[in-house]
Design a protein around this ligand. Structure first.
Ligand code: NAD
Length: 246
C-alpha cells in the first residue's frame, strides 16, 4: 500500500519538487495549498498530471489550527491516515528589527512555526498508534545562523528544530522519526527574481558557487522518508553547498 504523504506549501518552488519526488518513490502524495491559491492549485495539478503524476491538492491555511484540523480530517477520510508529513509552508516578511512591525513578526511565526503544531498535532497520535511515521520540518540556514533583516524568520526556523528534537524523543520508541532539513539558498522563482548583482553576490559567498536546485532539497527529504533512514531522528540536515557548518 502506498504511504500517504502530506506536503504543506506543496505547490511552491520546493514543495513541487518534494511532491513529485515522493510520488516517484511510491507515496500517495497530497499537496496542501493556501486558500488564496485555488486557481493556481488547479493549474498545478493539471501540469503534474501532464508529467504523469496523480497528486491530490487540498486547500487550508496552515496558520489556522481549525483549518488544519478540517483539512487533515478530509484527507484521512478520502485517502487514509497521513504517514509522512513534510512541513514546508513558509513566508518571509523581512525588515530590520528597528522597523519590524508586530504584524510582520506574528505572520512569520504563525505560518512558519505555529503551522508545525497545527498540522503535526493532527497526525501525531495516529503515527504513534500505528507504529510508523516520518515528519520532516523544512527550516533554513538562516534559522541556524541568523540573518540581517530576518529576526522573525530566523526565530521561526530555529523554533522548528526545537520541535523536531522534542518530537524525535517522544516518537523514537514508536517508529516515528522527526527530522529537520535546512536548505541554504534554493533556485526558485523568488531567488531567480533577484537583481543579478544581489544573486551573484550571494553565489560568490557559497563554497559550491551555486544555489541549490529544488531537487537537491527533495532528494535529502526522500532519503529521510525512506526505510533506509529508520535510525535517523532529531537531526538537522543542512543542504546548503557548504554555506554554513556547525
Ligand atoms: P514558495 O513561496 O515557493 O512556497 C511556499 C508555499 O507555501 C507557497 O505555495 C505558499 O502559498 C504556501 N503558503 C504560505 N503560507 C501558507 C499558509 N498559511 N497555508 C498554506 N500554505 C501556505 O517558497 P519555497 O522557496 O518553495 O519555500 C518552501 C519552504 O522552504 C519554506 O518554508 C521556506 O522558508 C523554506 N526555504 C526556502 C529557501 C529558498 O531559498 N527558497 C531556503 C531555505 C528554506
Amino acid at each position: 500500500m502506498a504511504r500517504i504523504a502530506l506536503v504543506t506549501g506543496g505547490i511552491g518552488g520546493i514543495g513541487t519538487s518534494i511532491c513529485t519526488r515522493l510520488a516517484q518513490d511510491g507515496c500517495r502524495v497530497v499537496a496542501n495549498h493556501h486558500p488564496s491559491e485555488v486557481d493556481a492549485a488547479d493549474e498545478w495539478k493539471k501540469a503534474r498530471a501532464e508529467e504523469g503524476y496523480d497528486i491530490a491538492t487540498f486547500s487550508a491555511d496552515v496558520s489556522s489550527f481549525e483549518d488544519s484540523t478540517r483539512m487533515v480530517k478530509e484527507i484521512t477520510e478520502q485517502f487514509g491516515p497521513v504517514e509522512v508529513l513534510i512541513n514546508c509552508a513558509g513566508i518571509t516578511r523581512d525588515k530590520t528589527f528597528r522597523k519590524m512591525e508586530a504584524a510582520q513578526w506574528q505572520a512569520v511565526i504563525n505560518v512558519n512555526l505555529n503551522s508545525v503544531f497545527n498540522v503535526t498535532r493532527q497526525v501525531w497520535e495516529g503515527m504513534l498508534e500505528r507504529g510508523f511515521g516520518r515528519i520532516i520540518n523544512i527550516s533554513s540556514v538562516n534559522g541556524q545562523r541568523g540573518q540581517f533583516g530576518q529576526a522573525n524568520y530566523a526565530a521561526a526556523k530555529a523554533g522548528m528544530h526545537g520541535v523536531t528534537m522534542t518530537l524525535a524523543q517522544e516518537g523514537a520508541s514508536k517508529g516515528v522519526t522527526v527530522n529537520t532539513v535546512s536548505p541554504g539558498y534554493v533556485e526558485t522563482a523568488m531567488t531567480l527574481a533577484m537583481d543579478d548583482d544581489i544573486r551573484n553576490g550571494i553565489i560568490s559567498g557559497i563554497p559550491m558557487r551555486r544555489m541549490a536546485q529544488p531537487s537537491d532539497v527533495s532528494s535529502a527529504i526522500a532519503f529521510l522518508v525512506s526505510d533506509q533512514a529508520a535510525y535517523i531522528t532529531g537531526a538537522n540536515l543542512p543542504v546548503n553547498g557548504g554555506l554554513f557548518m556547525h
